[in-house]
Design a protein around this ligand. Sequence first.
Ligand SMILES: Nc1ncnc2c1ncn2[C@@H]1O[C@H](COP(=O)(O)OP(=O)(O)OP(=O)(O)O)[C@@H](O)[C@H]1O
Length: 456
Amino acid sequence: MKMTLPQDPPTKPAAERARLLLAAFDAAPDGLIVLNPEGLVVLCNREAATLAGLGNARVSGQPFAELARLSALNWAPIEELVASGRSGDMILRSDGMGAIFVTLRRIADQPGALALTLRDLAVFDHARRRATGERDPAGFSSTVERRLRPDFARQRQLSPYLDRIIARGERALLQGARVIITGESGVGKTEIARHLHSFVANGADPFVAVNCAAIPETLFESELFGYERGAFTGALTEGKKGLIEAAEGGTLFLDEIGEIPLTLQAKLLSFLEDGLVLRVGSTRPRRVNLRIITATNRDLLEMAEDRRFRLDLYYRLAVVNMPIKPLRDMPELLDHLIERFLTAINQRRAQPLVLSADLRARLLAYHYPGNIRELANLLQQISVLGDGEDELPRRLQSVQPAPDPGAEGGSLRAQVAGFETRVIEEAIRIHGSKRKAAAALGVDIGTIVRKTRKEP
Ligand SMILES: Nc1ncnc2c1ncn2[C@@H]1O[C@H](COP(=O)(O)OP(=O)(O)OP(=O)(O)O)[C@@H](O)[C@H]1O
């Protein structure tokens, strides 16, 4: 988000200085928000907009309460601090943004004016790890990646289906039951596993994600279980702990579990039964405590019938199933996801990417065989290539956008009724029954029945 400073028309050198200052604030690695004595936002730099999840919202000149309303963070404790007239520090948390350290200071010589700084605690953590030579936990490579994490709190409000499935997974993990997440590639299985991990784990517990399809069969055992020194030619002299041990105290996420070689399935089963890891070349078992979440886009029961997956392993891993629908069957998430990816993209652009109505309609009508990953990828391509018809990725060029409800003419009453019918029909399609659609739309079943009754 670009900042603006309200001011008198400046002379040329003063204008240049102001521009430079604004650019410098935008380049700063910390977030800065300045409130004038009237409580209006006079400055909100790019990092503050990012950390507060404001996207491209215009907050300059707005009351602080409006910024708080638009933000993904819960500002209530800071609003109290502002009202109390004291300075102070606080940590604000949100599902999508992680933990943000906020300081509030009075500005000297400017009675009533306030400066708030915002810092992403993950940056400190990352810096501390670099200083001590520690590795970042698997799956956390940069703060940018962290900030693009899904806002599941919002997505759960939008999709009662997703809410039900995620709540099921949370309950299962709280009770120590193992979950398997199933669904097409790109539906967000890894993100959901990461969410479940943060739901039950302490902040410092490791989350180790392993893509079973990416490990060559010959290396599988040593990667997963580790090896003792001299276990084989090329082994490190001091030996190496495997991914299971690396996840000690946290979560091991085994993605594409259907790809795990049959020979190793027996060894994994044995670990699941007694919690003991035997490194390759070792005779000394080590006890490892962790939780395991698995995911697959294969039908493991069918694989078990063909003897390509052990049924006993399946029952150990799949106590609770979390089937994630493809994106085309969760259209209620599309608008939100588009906005979220645009926000992420615009953090790295000088000129924000604004989608034309036609392009947005095409994005809403497309069927996304690659699911959420494909949507993110398409928006990235549009950001780089532009959104002119010729530049559009071929997949989108052939999409027929859904008709614009406002374009069909007729009286306002008729158009509103038409729109209402489409919303109801879509809700019934998504939720599978009129009763569930009524619950999702917050109306009683009688209303839905009445409004969908065909006039004779
Ligand atoms: N709910 C979501 N909100 C926002 N972004 C998401 C969401 N789910 C997934 N993504 C993004 O979509 C991409 C694919 O997600 P993810 O890797 O979790 O899918 P997957 O189902 O595990 O895929 P695969 O089966 O190929 O491993 C990632 O870039 C991820 O950040």
